[in-house]
Design a protein around this ligand. Structure first.
Ligand SMILES: [Zn+2]
Ligand SMILES: [Zn+2]
Length: 221
């Protein structure tokens, strides 16, 4: 018996037969009722950004395509109300322990990208000061996944405080921390994909610096 890290209810962590193949640490941390509120993105979804419910390339992805910046993104969970609550506690209230909830999901979701160099989306100095940790690298570290801090973030208002139009317009928010020859295949990793502006901005910078193949990944979409 243990307390659910999300709701505090005591639950049995002894797996039933059907749960045996599920991920161990989710069984240890989150009760079945809380876990059941997270929604994996199933079919149909946009083939290029994983937006749920779309059978063909979605409107957002078409806008990117028209700009010559095709989207190649994968995501695992829908950014539904349970996921919003989760991120408000993890990111905005800074509950660092909550990184453990999705660490195994990162391990599972990033497995197909073993030949890519993983590059996390960085925080601005301001967000770093407020939060004290980068929520993306915290997931990766908890999952014991190697990554490369290649990007820095310019100062400015946080994406979450901007309108949709402002986000789509502000592309160059990043700079390279090192000029060394970059890996030819890079997977950019973020927590949440909303309009795609953050990841697409970082991707452009890497393309401009000679990276040949870039895909993007987020826990939620
Ligand atoms: Zn719970
Ligand atoms: Zn799309």
């Amino acid at each position: 018996m243990r307390d659910c890290i999300l709701c505090g209810q005591i639950f049995s962590s002894r797996p039933s037969f059907s749960q045996i193949f599920l991920i161990k640490s989710r069984l240890e941390l989150v009760c079945p009722s809380c876990w059941g509120q997270f929604e994996r993105i199933g079919d149909p979804h946009c083939p290029t950004c994983y937006k749920k419910g779309e059978r063909e390339v979605c409107r957002d992805c078409k806008i990117w395509q028209d700009k010559g910046q095709a989207v190649q993104h994968q995501s695992i969970f829908s950014y539904n109300p349970a996921m919003k609550d989760y991120f408000s506690r993890y990111k905005f209230q800074g509950d660092y322990l909550l990184r453990q909830v999705f660490a195994p999901i990162f391990k599972e979701g990033l497995r197909p990208f073993s030949d890519y160099q993983l590059v996390p989306i960085p925080l601005s100095q301001e967000s770093w000061k407020v939060r004290g940790f980068n929520q993306v690298t915290a997931f990766l570290e908890a999952a014991q996944i190697d990554y490369h801090n290649l990007l820095g973030k310019k100062e400015g208002p946080a994406q979450s405080s901007k309108t949709r139009e402002e986000r789509l317009a502000s592309q160059q928010n990043f700079f390279l921390l090192e000029k060394a020859p970059l890996s030819s295949k890079i997977l950019l990793v973020d927590d949440i994909y909303t309009t795609g502006a953050t990841l697409q901005g970082a991707k452009q910078l890497l393309y401009e610096n000679g990276v040949k193949e870039i895909m993007t990944f987020s826990l939620a979409r």
